[in-house]
Design a protein around this ligand. Structure first.
Ligand code: FAD
Length: 547
């Protein structure tokens, strides 16, 4: 089913012709998760996102589907149990995109909880999350720890723990869920912003929206409205005049990306830093990424960036734990910064704030959801839809939530073994193209079963004499434009392919081809191409130049 600019235009033009059951504001993981839950249970659902899907925090996380080991220290057992158990479900509905990743937790003299407490903590973590016996934590001796990761500083290492987590691509998980919600009948529009609400007898009954690409305006009417705008939640509550009581506390988290050959860790590591915080270093394709910081943020929400001080903090942390690694600011190929939409608690610092989600209902009837984790999106969606239904649709027999059984678009595999088999099939199919192994895995872990459509398109282009690099990127872009609501080059290079973050050298090689493809597919003028080329250049320098 097409999910493209053309379908979007028709949809926007008909937005004011009916009253929806549910209007969701925000196309991050929380919003699209609610859209899938609501539409699959039978509600007539519409979602609007002011930028691209996953433009906010949902493309700027650590990209882990994890239970949050460190929340045990804060005694958040219920949270760890819920998100920990969700990991296996999210892996099961998207096995190509949510990959098992063992995490090494080195234990050093005078840092962290010590061997006994860590061993107990990891056991508790596995138990709360119901981890299968074969995947449960293993405690390592000092010798084994250093053999597992020889780059670690040797002095002070007492041992380590090896435990199960999952790695994903947050933006792709969001877009695949958006496509899945669309396939279940939800209507989702990107680049459509809510500017105001519409009230009747002081109750909210709709929203004024504007198409920020075409500068058109409409009113959307709905029986229930959910504000799922992450860091912008309070902005919308302000428009609704209901920003009272609990408010958001935004904290910034930064990640940097360096070439894997410069920081060649053999596996994902979660290590202590001298200020008592913990940091991840995660190998990913040709790169290793490191994060995160956690600092209070009070500046513009739409312009969050990485400063030289943020980048240096992470480089110093690496230097302290991996003394043979010589990294400097100039080694950073890419980076990103995101905002955690946490709920303020008096007297608590950024790292101490709870990651629990909460739903507020305003006097006008606007529901707002804040807090939470990428990992817990499905349960949050279930809670929101159940709450909304109790209030507005008590007379209807809605289906119970069954999103744990709905495979995301491209994820139609039985399990991880099935994904590995499919990688072999793809490898065979592209044998004569002389691609490196990285690309085959990239394709399958990015698009899952949808790789078949992309390969078909590549084959067509190769037959027409197009060279392989142009054929590949052209085929990905065509797929994105027709099926993934790619509307701008930034949607494509950042949130659909992650090229901007993890394959910047490919991006430099293909950026002109990308702009030419856009020109062809959207009939852009030369002036428009120039404008987009400038935006792309700005974004590329923004991710690796720091003030
Ligand atoms: P967002 O993704 O920010 O979505 C809100 C959307 O609302 C935005 O796209 C925005 O454009 C849109 N919007 C705003 N105003 C309007 C308007 N007026 N009209 C229309 N649309 C509007 N969680 C994990 O589980 N694992 C992790 O590894 C992890 N790491 C993290 C690391 C960092 C540094 C951070 C910051 C968070 C991390 N999290 C992690 C938490 C997780 O990323 C967030 O909880 C989640 O992405 C929040 O999603 P959201 O949909 O609520 O918000």
């Amino acid at each position: 089913m097409f999910f493209s600019f053309t379908t979007r235009q028709h949809l926007f033009d008909t937005l004011d012709t009916e009253v929806y059951d549910l209007l969701i504001i925000g196309g991050g993981i929380t919003g699209v998760g609610i859209a899938l839950d609501a539409a699959s249970r039978g509600l007539k659902t519409v979602l609007v996102e002011k930028n691209d899907f996953a433009y906010g925090t949902s493309s700027r996380s650590t990209k882990l589907i994890h239970g949050g080991l460190r929340y045990l220290k804060q005694f958040e057992f219920a949270l760890v149990k819920e998100v920990g158990s969700e990991r296996a479900i999210v892996h099961n509905i998207a096995p190509h995109l949510v990959l098992a990743e063992k995490m090494l937790l080195p234990l050093s003299e005078g840092r962290g909880l010590g061997v006994f407490l860590t061993s107990f903590g990891l056991k508790l973590y596995d138990w709360l999350a119901g981890v299968k016996l074969a995947d449960q934590r293993r405690m390592l001796t000092r010798k084994k720890t250093l053999r597992t990761e020889p780059l670690l500083r040797k002095e002070g290492i007492k041992g380590g723990g090896l435990y199960a987590e999952y790695r994903t691509d947050d933006a792709r998980l969001t877009i695949e869920l958006a496509k899945t919600a669309h396939a279940h009948g939800a209507q989702l529009l990107s680049y459509v912003r809510v500017t105001d609400f519409v009230y009747e007898s002081e109750k909210v009954v709709g929203a004024r929206v504007e198409d920020v690409l075409l500068n058109k305006k409409k009113v959307v009417r709905a029986k229930a409205i959910v504000n799922a705008t992450g860091p912008w939640v309070d902005e919308l509550r302000e428009i609704d005049k209901s920003k009272k009581g609990k408010t958001l506390h935004l904290t910034k988290g930064v990640h940097i990306v360096v070439p894997h050959r410069k920081f060649p860790i053999s596996q994902a590591i979660y290590f202590d830093v001298p200020d008592g915080r913990m940091i991840f270093a995660i190998p990913r394709g040709k790169t290793t990424y490191i994060g995160t910081t956690d600092t209070d943020y009070t500046e513009a929400i739409d312009d969050v960036g990485v400063t030289a001080a943020d980048a240096q903090y992470l480089l110093d942390a690496v230097k302290e734990t991996f003394p043979s690694i010589q990294l400097s600011i100039s080694d950073i190929e890419s980076s990103w910064a995101g905002l955690r939409p946490l709920i303020h608690e008096e007297g608590k610092s950024a790292s101490e704030l709870s990651r629990k989600d909460e739903i507020f209902e305003s006097p006008s009837g606007l529901f707002s959801i804040a807090g939470g984790k990428l990992t817990g999106y499905r349960k949050m969606a279930e809670r929101v839809v159940t709450m909304v239904s109790k209030k507005h649709f008590n007379d209807r027999k809605l289906k119970p939530c069954f999103t744990h059984k709905i495979k995301v678009a491209g994820g139609e595999f039985r399990n991880a073994k099935d994904v590995r088999k499919y990688i072999l099939t793809v490898r065979k199919r592209v044998e004569t193209w002389r691609l490196d192994e990285y690309f085959v895995k990239y394709l399958v872990h990015t698009y899952g079963k949808q790789s078949d459509f992309i390969l078909e398109e590549v084959e067509k282009r190769l037959k027409n004499g197009v060279e392989i690099e142009a054929a590949l990127v052209g085929a990905e872009l065509t797929f994105g434009v027709e099926n993934e609501m790619v509307l701008t080059p930034l949607d494509f290079i950042h949130r659909r392919t992650s090229m901007l973050l993890f394959d910047i050298s490919r991006l430099h090689r293909v950026k002109k081809i990308i702009l030419n493809e856009f020109k062809k597919q959207f009939q852009w003028t030369d002036q428009h191409v120039e404008e987009e080329s400038r935006k792309m250049a700005e974004e590329i320098s923004r991710v690796n130049q720091f003030k």
